[in-house]
Design a protein around this ligand. Sequence first.
Ligand SMILES: [Zn+2]
Length: 301
Amino acid sequence: MTEKLYYNDPFCKTFTATVRACVQEKDAWAVTLDRTVFYPEGGGQPADHGTLGGVHVADTRERDGEVVHLCNGPLAVGEAVEGAIDWARRFDFMQQHSGEHIVSGILCGIFHCDNVGFHIGHDLVTIDFNAGLTAEDVLDIERRANQYIWEDHALSVAYPSPEELEKLDVYVESQVGKVAHDAQSYYTREGLNAKIIGGGGTVLSQIPAAGSTVPKGSTIMLYTDESAESDMVTVPDVVGKGGLVTNKLILNSGLNIKITGVGIENENAVAAKQSLPAGTQVARGTVITVDFADTTLRDSF
Ligand SMILES: [Zn+2]
């Protein structure tokens, strides 16, 4: 299997590798290496082009886990070669592909649909969704995607397991103005809990507010009367406490918890930092981020 350097460092442009095989195929030589930064066509993204040991790479494919470089000349098996990808071409694809994920994340979050196809073409990029969208919806998504880019979020690459996927954060959509019980079932479908406060039938305000991201299982407070302003709770002091105790303290205070750091499955995890200081008065349902550290690791330094 070729070591795929592009997964560890998407900004790597040049590399050195050893030629493992070189087979002539019609008018090209199919070269496999021990490692490569050449991205093979896949996932909607076209193949990288570039140079390898002085020959031109016109196409890159993946076959049975091996990355095959289709070159315009032969390379000697066992030799070390320098490779360089056509960075302008690749960077354009990276931007288009990241753009796809931003649009998909926003669109699927709102319309509860899936991205069912993606293709970067020569003149345009297409994304297929199994949802009915109006022209206005599309403009709204465009505005939100551009907003997201201007906010300059960090991108991370992750391969979550099905269990981890279950625990991923949920984007909170506004339910203000909706019938309270419809809003409640909406959040239930999203993997969240929702509590209706007050005797009105319509959601007047909600906490956490729309646009937040919260862990699955978090509770959204839906206010149907003016009680939101007076429904304040006190942030507890969790620094130095273990995972289970912290979790309980935050939930019992009527707050939501977001965990960062080592995670509370780690039995040595201790709360090192909390996003709001103990004693602060905040609206019920506010998300408190608690950063956990492994104390055994810290002690060993
Ligand atoms: Zn993708």
